[in-house]
Design a protein around this ligand. Sequence first.
Ligand SMILES: CC(C)(COP(=O)(O)OP(=O)(O)OC[C@H]1O[C@@H](n2cnc3c(N)ncnc32)[C@H](O)[C@@H]1OP(=O)(O)O)[C@@H](O)C(=O)NCCC(=O)NCCS
Length: 169
Amino acid sequence: MAVQIPPTVAITPMGAADVAQVAALDAAAFSLPWPRQAFEAQLKSNPAAHFFVLRPLAEPQLLWGSAGYWLVAGEAHIATLAVDPRQRNRGFGKLLLQTMLADAHAHGGCNATLEVRASNLVAQHLYAAFGFELVGRRKNYYTDNHEDALLMTASSLGSVLPDQLGVHT
Ligand SMILES: CC(C)(COP(=O)(O)OP(=O)(O)OC[C@H]1O[C@@H](n2cnc3c(N)ncnc32)[C@H](O)[C@@H]1OP(=O)(O)O)[C@@H](O)C(=O)NCCC(=O)NCCS
């Protein structure tokens, strides 16, 4: 299952040089962002971590997206997914999600899980398009506003179809 990367952007594994920008994007995208050290720890001491960054080829100093998952016992747990607010609704979220699912499948992953805020309908719509289904709810999961988390899972990672991608360059 190859991911078709459009010619205007590159998705590469996150490296140490990416961490500061990834943390800044995380802070812009989430009300409970991870500290920079949490991303560094993924690189240094978490062999289950698979994190990626998306940059425009024309301006590779810019970071437009980041995403990461943990692969444990054949299950990919989506840890984070964020697109620069100025670059949203162009297909990059889909591209990053499919990159993670394809990478997990290539590493022997069979299914995927995630938590998403109950109010985050955009992300839920994105995940549903990739076969994620609602399987549960964690009450008061988020410490900032006591919002519930929805648990979603997707099985058959190998069947995620390339035509679910639509990148508007
Ligand atoms: C969720 C997020 C990563 C999506 O990134 P994106 O690049 O804008 O997403 P895409 O352009 O690839 O769109 C993918 C799908 O998301 C949904 N979507 C995107 N923007 C939307 C909007 N404004 N309204 C409703 N649905 C929307 C649609 O289902 C869309 O698919 P479609 O174009 O086939 O209808 C981005 O909004 C983001 O970074 N949000 C903040 C962080 C976050 O919530 N991450 C998820 C945590 S669980």
